[in-house]
Design a protein around this ligand. Structure first.
Ligand code: XMP
Length: 485
């Protein structure tokens, strides 16, 4: 009964145990596409996601990630109102289609119009009679208005160019450009103004052509919720969140699964469930109709779950076990935790993940919450596990450790990680490494990486050989930093 457990014991591997084998290739890294899925309905040009941790992802991080084509998942160690506020900030960062359009009537006196433009900081307004669009008035019309002009009707442009509500962003750009106009009202079939596109917002968008956006052109954002927090999930959905990540240390738990079943009925945005580490957990969660699976029990840099509870599965085995099941159902897998270098991302995706989630690497960037710290003349930023004492004592996050009423069993540590500059620079290095890896394998895209790659298992000598050796490094490249923290 007991010895059997060891006779058929399975070997489980992680990133450092394997390498991808190079193949004959005609693929150049610069031609590679790394587009992939985060969840069933969320596509990312850069399949890298920042963790929902209170030292990693708030609005600034989520905005920076989405602008680069990646995604941020807002942490839940705040009240649901605060978290909804984070979502609002991301969604409002770049609006392509303004939905809450200010309008004026033709009878509005010019003085009042001037006042509206000044206080609301608006350069132009559609003019409506009843609800119907009949003109447009801009600051320029106001500036050049003669003294005899009294109302909006006297100065507005009557031949207003508009577009139907479902116009594509590309067609809207075309219309704005061809007609040399600044503002394009969108109208429904009855002529009612239901949106507005401005040239200024389009220009802003062109600075980030590869950003992750929703159909209205707003940046994508995800948010974590506790498994039983149905109210929070609904509030976040109302605020416009694009994906809900059910955030628990062990999603393969009956109570958690019952609650996910309820949540599925209440929210219609994608739901990602996790964390899990086995094929059976994947089967059971997929049967609840979730849209993505987050994999990783204990691989994270701040995690002590494996040490405190004796539980976990080395990450690359966990990822491939889950992906084997998930692929049959078309459910994307997120490899969460333990990624230290860009090569680990290539390995995670080759092993079946569709995207990766990173805490430590992003905690060190300018956009993570909190100030920079200086220690021994080097810059750092604070980073802590969501199961660390500091995080669980806030009382808001119940991901780990609530065993007694006021006593906690921590499953994470608190510390600091080296400062790494802007998210944009970090992502540039990570995606560059991914493209390089895919070039060696001969994979033009993620699908080919998953299909055509082969792994070899290495020994501790192989790992030693892989890292720089027999040299004192005097200049660290930005993509290879092993600090003695
Ligand atoms: P990295 O390695 O990127 O890992 O820093 C981030 C992931 O670690 C998980 N996480 C924890 N796991 N105790 C744990 O066992 C914790 O306190 C803890 N906090 C975060 C989480 O999955 C995150 O994305």
């Amino acid at each position: 009964m007991f010895t059997d457990k060891f006779q058929q014991i399975r070997e489980a591997l992680t990133y450092d145990d394997v390498l991808l084998v190079p193949s004959r290739t005609s693929v150049e890294p610069r031609e590679v596409s790394i587009s992939s899925k985060f969840s069933r309905h969320i596509n990312l040009r850069v399949p890298i996601v920042s963790s929902p941790m209170d030292t990693v992802t708030e609005s600034d991080m989520a905005i920076a990630m989405a602008k680069q084509g990646a995604l941020g998942i807002l942490h839940r160690n705040v009240t649901m109102n605060q978290q909804a506020g984070f979502v609002r900030r991301v969604k409002r960062e770049e609006t392509i289609i303004i939905r809450n359009v200010h309008t004026v009537s033709p009878e509005t006196p010019i003085n009042e119009l001037r006042n509206i433009m000044r206080t609301k900081n608006i350069g132009g307004l559609p003019v409506v009679s009843g609800e119907k669009l009949i003109g447009i008035v801009t600051r320029r019309d106001l500036d050049f208005a003669g003294k005899d002009k009294k109302t909006v009707e006297d100065i507005m442009v009557k031949k207003v160019i508009s577009a139907p509500d479902n116009v594509s962003i590309e067609d809207a750009i075309d219309i704005l450009y061809k007609n040399r106009i600044e503002k394009l009202p969108l109208i429904d079939r009855t002529g009612r103004v239901v949106g507005l596109i401005t040239a200024k917002d389009i220009m802003k968008r062109q600075n980030f052509p590869d950003a992750s956006r929703d159909d209205d052109g707003q940046l994508l954002v995800g948010a974590a919720v506790g498994p039983f927090d149905l109210e929070r999930a609904q509030m976040l959905e109302k605020e416009g969140v694009d994906v809900i990540v059910v955030d628990t240390a062990h999603a393969h738990n009956e109570n958690v699964m019952n609650s996910i079943r309820k949540m599925r009925k209440l929210v219609s945005v994608d739901i990602v469930a996790g964390n899990i580490a086995t094929a059976q957990a994947a089967e059971d969660l997929i049967s609840l109709d979730v849209d993505g699976l987050r994999v990783g029990i204990g691989p994270g840099s701040i995690c002590t779950t494996r040490i405190i509870a004796g539980i976990g599965v080395p990450q690359i085995t966990a990822v491939s076990d889950v992906a084997e099941v998930a692929a049959k159902h078309g459910v994307p897998v997120i490899a969460d935790g333990g990624i230290r270098f860009s090569g680990d991302i290539v390995k995670a995706i080759a092993a079946g993940a569709s995207s990766v989630m990173l805490g430590s690497i992003f905690a060190g960037t300018e956009e993570s919450p909190g100030a920079e710290l200086i220690m021994n003349g080097r810059k750092y930023k604070a980073y802590r596990g969501m199961g660390s004492l500091g995080a669980i004592q806030t009382g808001l996050s119940d991901r780990y450790g609530k065993i007694g009423a006021n006593k906690f069993v921590a499953e994470g540590v608190e510390g600091a990680v080296p400062f790494k500059g802007k998210v944009e620079e970090v992502l540039f290095q990570l995606t560059g490494g991914m493209k390089s890896g895919m070039g060696y394998v001969g994979a033009k895209n993620i699908e080919e990486l998953q299909k055509n790659s082969r792994f070899v298992k290495i020994t501790s000598s192989g790992l030693r050989e892989s890292h720089p050796h027999d040299i004192r490094i005097v200049s660290e490249p930005p993509n290879y930093q092993i600090y003695q923290v």
